[in-house]
Ligand binder design. Structure first.
Ligand SMILES: Nc1nc2c(ncn2[C@@H]2O[C@H](COP(=O)(O)OP(=O)(O)OP(=O)(O)O)[C@@H](O)[C@H]2O)c(=O)[nH]1
Ligand SMILES: [Mg+2]
Ligand SMILES: [Zn+2]
Length: 353
């Protein structure tokens, strides 16, 4: 495997130097399933496990190897032992499903994410806003892919609707069966570049990967006829190197997509709201009844749409909860500011009287 074409740049080789002198080998994680890995070295693909020392040194499960990670491995016969995970450039994760407050990593060191939507019965812009928020937090660039264009009667309307939500992110259409094909996607691929495909089950992620590869490498399955939902065919994440350089990461469709992201990422996703928020009287306005709130005025005169606003509030509440959990100090500071602001507000009311 040509690691450079897989994305190993100067910063990876730089970070690897201390391990090279320990006779370790640079590798990239292609599959991380439970505690078993498959890693790609310059020569081959190897089964691998984490060393006891790595387990011991790593307090946080999210810091253990995940698909896309660059690692330093000790080669022992036909098995490899991962000794260290190199610093991650980008990191896409979500809150683990269920009630646990833990981070669930999805993929590391990805340059782009294809947020794949199916233009059949399973099209949902509110879900896209969640994906965009997680992408903003990850550091990877989002590209919205409207797949199954062959099933869509009014493609330009769907593109326009999606573009209103995608904001700065490119929106492209694709079909693995008919026009417009997948050229719009391949334009984003190239040597050194890693692209993860994310989206609900059945939108066609694995089919797109097969189509780009030009071979039936990954398993795919028909969607349920009644509601176009997928059957959760892909069960693990996998990095697939591309012949022309670069790599794709296929992922299983996610049922739940809770935020593991802060307010900044919500603000970037809803940039029309954050632009107006600059005109609120208080810099830390929470847009919930404060005096001189420009956002609430914009909601009233409908320059911020009702659905966007409801969605913003929901995600902002989740982001606040996330910040409380992951950074209690910052949360305390935010609370203190809010208190000061309410105090200032009272003063203004008093003076008015
Ligand atoms: N009509 C149409 N069907 C498509 C297109 N792309 C994929 N499909 C079909 O959609 C179904 C689901 O595709 P998959 O690739 O298995 O979906 P997935 O996103 O990988 O689903 P999970 O692995 O469950 O997350 C398959 O029957 C595909 O043939 C397309 O462009 N047009
Ligand atoms: Mg799949
Ligand atoms: Zn406000």
């Amino acid at each position: 495997m040509d690691l450079k074409s897989l994305g190993a740049g100067p910063e990876i080789y730089g970070a690897f130097e201390t391990y090279a002198v320990q006779d370790l080998t640079l590798a990239r994680v292609a599959v991380a399933q439970r505690d078993q890995y498959r890693i790609l070295t310059e020569d081959a693909e190897w089964p691998a496990e984490a060393s006891g020392a790595l387990w011991y040194r790593t307090p946080d499960r999210a810091a253990m190897p995940v698909v896309g990670d660059w690692v330093a491995a000790r080669m022992a016969g036909d098995q490899a032992v991962v000794e260290a995970v190199l610093p991650r450039r980008t990191f896409f994760s979500r809150r683990a499903p269920g009630r646990r407050d833990t981070e669930q990593p999805i993929a590391a060191n990805i340059d782009l994410v294809f947020l794949v939507c199916g233009l059949d019965g399973d099209f949902n812009l509110r879900r896209l806003e969640r994906y965009l928020t997680l992408a903003a937090e990850s550091g990877a660039q989002p590209v919205v892919v409207l797949n199954k264009a062959d099933l869509c009667r009014d493609l330009s309307a769907s593109v326009a609707q999606t573009a209103a939500v995608a904001r700065d992110a490119p929106v492209v259409t694709a079909s693995t069966r008919a026009a417009p094909g997948i050229d719009a996607l391949t334009a984003f691929l190239g040597p050194g570049r890693t692209v993860a495909l994310l989206g609900s089950s059945g939108v066609g992620k694995s089919t797109l990967v097969n189509c780009i590869l030009g071979e039936e490498r990954l398993r795919t399955n028909q969607v349920r006829e009644s509601d176009s939902r997928g059957r959760h065919t892909t069960t693990h994440r996998e990095l697939v190197p591309l012949g022309a350089g670069g790599a794709l990461i296929d992922t299983p469709g996610m049922r739940e997509l809770q935020l593991w992201a802060g307010q900044d990422s919500v603000d970037r996703t809803f940039d029309e709201v954050s632009a107006i928020a600059l005109q609120c009287r208080f810099r830390d306005c929470s847009h919930s009844g404060e005096l001189g709130c420009a956002v609430e005025a914009a909601v009233l005169d409908q320059s911020i749409g009702a659905e966007r606003w409801a969605s913003y509030r929901k995600l902002a509440a989740e982001a606040r909860r996330h910040e409380r959990l992951t950074d209690p100090l910052a949360a305390q500071e935010a609370k203190r500011k809010l208190k000061n602001m309410h105090k200032a507000q009272k003063e203004i009311y008093k003076r008015r009287k």
